[in-house]
Design a protein around this ligand. Sequence first.
Ligand code: PEP
Ligand code: MG
Length: 605
Amino acid sequence: MVQGGQETEQDKRLAEDREPETLYGISGSPGIVVGRAVVLRPRSDDLVRYQLKENAIQEEQGRFQRAVDRAEQELQKLRNKFKGDLSDTLTIMDSHIRMLRDPMILKQTSHLIEQKQINAEWALSQALFLVKRKFDHIGDDYIRDRFTDVEYVVKLLLEQLSDHGQQFPTGFAEPVIVVSEDFTPADTVRMQSEKVLGFLTEKGGVTSHTAIVARSLGLAAVVGVENITQLCRTGDTIILDGYDGRVCLAPTMDQQKLYQEYNRQHRAFSDELRWYIHLASETLDGLQVRLSANIEIPDEMEGVIYYGADGIGLFRSEFGYFQQHFLPNEEDLLNIYRDLVIALDPQPVTIRTLDAGGDKLANQLPGNRFKNLHERNPALGLRSIRLSLCEQSLFITQLRALLRASAFGRLRILLPLVSLLSELKQVQEIIGQVMVDLVSEGIPFDPDIEIGIMVEVPSAVTMADVLAAEVDFFSIGTNDLIQYSLAIDRGNEYVAKMYDPLHPAVLRMISRTVEAGHAQGIEVALCGEMAGDVSMAPVLLGLGLDELSMRPSAIPHVKRLLRHSTSRRLNRLAKQALSCKDGQETREFLEKYIADNYGTWRKRL
Ligand code: PEP
Ligand code: MG
């Protein structure tokens, strides 16, 4: 949660006489942007109680009323976005708007402010307590469950009362660079519709989901910058260099000129890359490798088409669950999946089933079910396929939508974080039952739909030969595979330097998975972030992967490498990488290989 963003008089004075300073973090998302900072400081979730003077009561009631008005405007704005939507979305939003004006909340809070002479936040929480007592006595489960809606409305009001309106502030007057301890992946999605050029965080690593979403949406970002919320002030001018993970606070004229030059070079290189968009993804000797897109939200389809992707290799379906305050139903999901499939037909669209958990905290899923799930170690806990198998009604809703959408084009189902054969068997059984149900309901679907698994834990690599016999394709999720094989938390800035995709252990695991898959005649893709990193992609191409899936804008970069290579040269390179003793050795010869064979668009500082 964040608050602030307002430039204070003190900020203004300090910004005027600050010394230039260069800070380093981790390159979260490429791009160079220059802009003014908006620093969002962490907000305490503790509710404060304070007593009011008698003559302050009316003013406090007015403050509460204004918070109600603002919350209503917010909800109306959101509601307008869903106009014409036939799903439950509108109904739910309307009920939330009505609830805001319900005397249980409105009158009760106002009354408590006056009666007990307490601040609005505390009065509101007391009102909520009284409402909960009433709900607890309701026999009907459905109505009792509506208490979640009351809680949501109260949360919205508390956010309005706390001055910052909502989790991520909106309505910036000029393009800004936002700075915070951390953002949730959902905040990053929200930034897209705001005037946000990029962001800086103290936390996070290159494969934290916040960084992944930033790359997908084209927002420049540097993550893991120590103390940035203390060092930077709202109003500071900043150069954010997302390529090198560098931040210049109050940059000198020389630095500004240098970065203008970088931007010019980058634009020239981007123009050159446009040529590749419509060319085939193949080497000079005709080896074809599918270069497909990773996306999180349907809005990214524009980029998928623009950058000439050979399909969608990974649709992270979980973002559709986190973006709203209620769980999507079968029709909501069907609409999303069908539109994707139709838009790309006949190219494949690979949709991964709900991958909640880990850094995409399961307790932030809408609804009550996982609200109290506080795991000591979420990365090793109830995440991904484990969560779907634990909450089968949620899973079946998604599977029904996926199967129904398969009637409209080539849809592939991808199962996340499979670590045991028994999980796969359970899923197969559930899918079989869903198919039987659809047949009996006369609903069409593709009975030969391809089902694949993410290979992202060492047990899946070791057992890849056994798993390959059960599925239609593999997709290697290196973001997690690196974290689980090297025991490095992918979102932890303290160990980020040890998170090494080029560690020979990782490359050997990829190689082993490719061999196991090919021995069973199935395709092996790789959809981790390293697929779209031009400093690593040549090795992956040499390891024999059939598909690399990456953020759409990286596709022309990787295609350029592919089209300037021969399969023999790539294989030789991969062989050499597999024989390295550590990641540093791999990196050094790879850097040289890339500079010699493909060049680079930017001179180093
Ligand atoms: C991965 O782990 O490599 C992957 C693609 O999945 P995610 O980043 O969503 O965990
Ligand atoms: Mg993963």
